[in-house]
Design a binder for this molecule. Structure first.
Ligand code: PLP
Length: 350
């Protein structure tokens, strides 16, 4: 049978999820080791009794709670089915076919996908030699068709971060009709005070939104919940293209409980941050190029050796995320799992 589909469907890039290989350690999806926080797990179990009911369509309790946490009016918050859904909603709400969405490359692999789904056009600006956003080149790539710019800070997969002065200079020069989405999926792992908290810009600028997620530091990747904070007008248009009920009731409860467990989350992140330093130092000592990372992963720009390295890691029971011809991203996990990975890295002779 042949059904008529969109002519461009065949060219839609596939999202490559980190592989789960039985018996191997998965360091491929930037997940948090250790599972959901204990208090969150019991909140989820309790909420299971109510799953015959539709979730709160407006996600009101969670939106209120986030608004209070960041001291924003609730109109300026939108909650989504993971922040990847909010990325897609942003493109859908802002772009007509032919409009341009600008982002660095390599960056989060969902950007070109959600852009094409909405009929918009991706404009990719290469990272600079330090694997960091080239903000001047991005400014130069803005055209009258540009509607949205993603700045992933810290950047997935390179781990690098844009500093405050550079970001301010960039935002000052972006035309006011172009929306800048600061994707801060890894914000909780940032320790450098010079890497700005995007909320300060979302608060004061009419064209800046911040995206955050419960998938990484909070350990709720399987439940799918993230949020956007920005000007009321932008939060409103993002809510307008929301798929009804897509933030499920367990996700809403778990996110609320997670915000009550902030201290536990911070403690866990501190462990990951310490391990990140140890892993990066060991890799550097082994002779690998390791860009400075501000997230819960390291990036190895192995170029043409990327796939060989991933294969070697897998042979040593570690799944990493390889981008052919470019590099390998490795999630920081527990000390034990990181040691297995480091052992594999040590024996790589490619
Ligand atoms: C993981 C990730 C997200 C979002 O994840 P969700 O699970 O959809 O909330 C968004 N942006 C970047 C850069 C990520 O790495």
């Amino acid at each position: 049978m042949s059904v008529p589909t969109r002519p461009d469907l065949g060219s839609l890039p596939a999202y490559v999820a980190g592989r789960t290989v039985p018996g191997a350690i998965k360091l491929a999806s930037n997940e948090c080791p250790g599972g959901p926080l204990p208090s969150v797990r019991s909140a989820i179990a309790e909420a299971a009794a109510d799953v015959h009911r539709y979730p709160d369509m407006g996600v009101s309790a969670l939106a209120d709670r986030l608004a209070r946490k960041y001291d924003f009016p609730v109109e300026r918050v939108a909650v989504g089915c993971g922040s990847v859904a909010l990325c897609q909603q942003l493109v859908q709400a802002l772009c007509a076919p032919g409009d341009e969405v600008l982002f660095a490359w390599r960056s989060f692999e969902a950007y070109p996908i959600v852009t094409q789904i909405a009929g918009a056009t991706s404009v990719k600006v290469p990272l600079d030699a330090a694997h960091t956003h080239d903000l001047d080149a991005m400014l130069a790539a803005i055209t009258p068709r540009t509607k949205l710019v993603f700045v992933c800070n810290p950047n997935n997969p390179s781990g690098t971060a844009v500093r405050r002065a550079d970001l301010v200079r960039f935002l000052d020069q972006v035309p006011p009709h172009v929306v800048v989405a600061l994707d801060e999926a890894y914000r909780e792992f940032v320790t450098d005070p010079d890497v700005p908290d995007g909320m300060e810009f979302a608060r004061t600028r009419d064209n800046v939104v911040v995206l955050r997620t419960f998938s990484k530091a909070y350990g709720l990747a399987g439940l799918r919940v993230g949020y956007l904070v920005g000007p009321a007008e932008l939060a409103e248009v993002v809510r307008r293209v929301y798929i009804p009920f897509s933030v499920n009731s367990l996700a809403q409860v778990a996110a609320l409980a997670s915000l009550d467990a902030e201290g536990e989350m911070r403690e866990r992140c501190a462990g990951i941050i310490a391990e990140r330093q140890r892993v990066a130092d060991e890799l550097l000592a082994l002779g690998f190029e390791v860009p400075e990372t501000h997230a819960n992963f390291v990036w190895l720009p192995l170029r043409e050796k990327a796939l060989d390295f991933a294969e070697h890691a897998l042979a040593n029971k570690v799944v990493v995320r390889a981008f052919a011809g470019d590099g390998v991203r490795v999630t920081i996990s527990t000390r034990e799992e990181n040691d297995v990975f480091l052992q594999a890295a040590r024996s790589f002779t490619g």
